[in-house]
Design a protein around this ligand. Sequence first.
Ligand code: NAD
Length: 263
Amino acid sequence: MSIAQEPTTILVTGATSGIGKAIALGFAKNNLSIAINGFGKDEEIASVLAELKANGAKEAIHIPSDMSVTADIERLIKTTQEKLGSLDVLINNAGIQYTANVEDFPAEKWDQIISINLSSAFHTTRLALPLMKERNFGRIINIASVHGLVASVQKAAYVAAKHGIIGLTKVVALECAQQNITANSVCPGWVLTPLVEAQVDAIAAKDGISHDQAVEKLLSEKQPSLRFVALDELAALCLFLASSSAASITGASMPIDGGWTAR
Ligand code: NAD
């Protein structure tokens, strides 16, 4: 899919791995200038930037920043604007997971998840909106989760943060409805990334079963398609939401979950 004339610059948070990296690659193929952040060894980050360039990115830069630190986020947006010249598409993707029953949930893990998975999107959005309004164009895509729509046990902070980001998205959509700036939430089911590999490993260890059996168990409990959502499917959805064809889609929460939330 081509995304016509509008967006030329994009920031994807948490794009050194998994879903964020796949989304950045999707936009690279459409020749955008791309800023990313996310953790990783120097050589891993260099390899992601090289892959973005090899796939067509006009520019690809990494801006070191911890999404739990407000001053870092302020520097992230400022540097993106300075280095790329504008910020047309903002993808709030960085996120972490931690599982425990509510009464055992460490308070510091709660704070960390709310800060990285929810508050960071508030900060990037409040700082990006003036830049988007200047150009009368913007696309904000928040990578929420099925857990923004429904709950699962042992994920109190994650489910609260993801429900919260869907609420934030709707407010931004309303406030920007007449300014050619859209805000939408993407709600993936299970996608095989390091974040989910850790959960597969935990099932395998707890139940004394193989990796493949643990994958089967994980999928069969929630995802009727019985297969992981593919990374390029997520990239394609984000490309569509950034395109001119999606100009009237705003405030939406879009499941991409193999039927998880249809049950
Ligand atoms: P991942 O662990 O592969 O990638 C997470 C990325 O976020 C990495 O680049 C990491 O460096 C970055 N990150 C983490 N903490 C950060 C911080 N404090 N500051 C800056 N960067 C930070 O995970 P993923 O599965 O690709 O998840 C990406 C997003 O998709 C998350 O918001 C997650 O909640 C969401 N999601 C994932 C799934 C899934 O099944 N994998 C399903 C639904 C939603």
